[in-house]
Design a protein around this ligand. Structure first.
Ligand SMILES: NC(=O)c1ccc[n+]([C@@H]2O[C@H](COP(=O)([O-])OP(=O)(O)OC[C@H]3O[C@@H](n4cnc5c(N)ncnc54)[C@H](OP(=O)(O)O)[C@@H]3O)[C@@H](O)[C@H]2O)c1
Length: 260
């Protein structure tokens, strides 16, 4: 049993989530791994137990299934050893807004957005009461790019960024740390639905997660591993805040006043 807090990671069977599991295991944390594919979870767990000598519990769950999502919420509420939640599970749907089925899109919103809200809400009261705990939410740079053609995926990732920043403001006052990670293209199975010759150049997943963990250790609110010029993010946040400051008026802007 480790003296460090246990880390619950969703989407820990492959890709970014499996890499977070590897890294937190190397740091000596016990793990609770969540995903649907039990065989892959078992294989990852066996390797991590053997390599790092930590405890790994498996909590197989489809986060779009209400009963299975509730089981993960219950674990987060009741297991006081869990001090870090990594909301990583996510997916995408091929096609365009008009060709994608509304059922697939609704499920995508449940997985990419609602499950993050639900799991964060399950754990936040306990973290806030204790005055410590961390939530890592995997968003995407596509959350900043609504016009790039991945409409609903981008919207879910904008939600993840927004809720992360909101929770930083709210829970940060109680000593809880919330990080939004916005990767750009990273080599994982999520790209399987895109033909190989249509995929962009990609960062290797280990490099992406290691960079995100540097941001985590620095307690950054928003970490964008692929972004080389940090000034771009700083300028965007400054512009957003300046815009909000300019919305406290009680009269309409002159450009909307009827011409005399
Ligand atoms: N790779 C990129 O370029 C990139 C860029 C920006 C953001 N992201 C985000 O990074 C996160 C991880 O994605 P990835 O790139 O590592 O892709 P991935 O290898 O496809 O991993 C997705 C993970 O989510 C799990 N998952 C999918 N549907 C699930 C469900 N219904 N219930 C529970 N778990 C489910 C998968 O496990 P099972 O299939 O076993 O359930 C898998 O472990 C996602 O949120 C994604 O949007 C990725």
């Amino acid at each position: 049993m480790s003296s460090k807090s246990t880390v619950l990671i969703t989407g820990a069977s492959t890709g970014i989530g499996a890499t977070y599991a590897q890294r937190f295991a190397e740091r000596g944390h016990d793990l609770v791994l969540v995903a649907r594919n039990i065989e892959k979870l078992e294989a990852n767990a066996a390797k991590l137990r053997q390599q790092a000598g930590i405890n790994v519990d498996l909590l197989p769950a489809d986060l779009t299934d209400e009963t299975q999502l509730q089981a993960v919420e219950t674990r987060l509420r009741d297991d006081a050893s869990i001090g870090i939640l990594v909301n990583n599970a996510g997916g995408n749907v091929g096609g365009t807004f008009v060709t994608q089925s509304v059922g697939d899109l609704t499920k995508l919103v449940t997985l990419n957005a609602t499950s993050i809200l639900r799991l964060s809400h399950a754990v936040a009261p306990r973290f806030a009461e204790k005055g410590e705990g961390s939530i890592i939410n995997i968003s995407s740079v596509l959350g900043l790019a609504p016009e790039w053609g991945t409409s609903v995926y981008s919207a879910t990732k904008a939600f993840v960024l927004s809720i992360s920043q909101a929770l930083q403001a709210e829970l940060g006052q109680s000593g809880v740390y919330v990080q939004a990670v916005l990767p750009a293209a990273t080599r994982t199975d999520i790209w399987n639905f895109v033909a190989e010759d249509k995929r962009p150049p990609m960062m290797e997943v280990a490099e992406m997660v290691d960079a995100a963990l540097v941001g985590f250790d620095r307690r950054e609110g928003v970490t964008i591993p692929h972004l080389h010029e940090e000034a771009h993010w700083v300028a965007m946040e400054a512009a957003r805040k300046a815009l909000m400051q300019d919305t406290g008026h009680t009269s309409a802007a002159s450009r909307y006043l009827a011409a005399n």
